[in-house]
Write a protein of this length. Structure first.
Length: 130
């Protein structure tokens, strides 16, 4: 709102929030989640068909992220790239390693666009490996 000053966590960068979250600061972890959850959800909804499943992917990814940060691992400064890779991995693992249906409507393994909208090119021997 106009005239309100931003919350202290809004003024902190990812690196500072990660450090605080690693020390067990739940408010810092909550601020990271609030800052990056919309991007994670958007990607998850592109990767899995069911919105409820996408929400579960996001929840599981953030739980894993919190555990990794508390264990001293994970990103040091920029959370979003790390998080989006983790969303892809969790979505892939939950679907049994199968790719989500492509954005163009094709089935996994067919040339076209992947669910993330990147061009996919067929590779020799790829079909035989499945």
């Amino acid at each position: 709102m106009i005239g309100e000053s931003p919350s202290p966590s809004a003024l902190r960068g990812d690196a500072e929030l990660i450090g605080a979250a690693a020390s067990g600061d739940e408010a810092a972890y909550a601020a990271l989640r609030e800052r990056h959850e919309a991007a994670a959800r958007s990607l998850a909804r592109q990767l899995v068909k069911d919105p409820a499943e996408a929400d579960e992917v996001v929840s599981e990814t953030f739980t894993r992220l919190r555990d990794v940060i508390r264990g001293g691992g994970g990103p040091r400064s920029a959370v979003r790239p790390y998080l989006l890779i983790a969303v892809r991995r969790v979505a892939g693992a939950r679907s049994g390693g199968q790719r989500a249906e492509t954005a163009a409507g094709g089935q996994p393994g067919q040339p076209g666009e992947t669910a993330a909208g990147q061009a996919e090119t067929p590779r020799p021997g790829r079909a035989a490996a499945r």
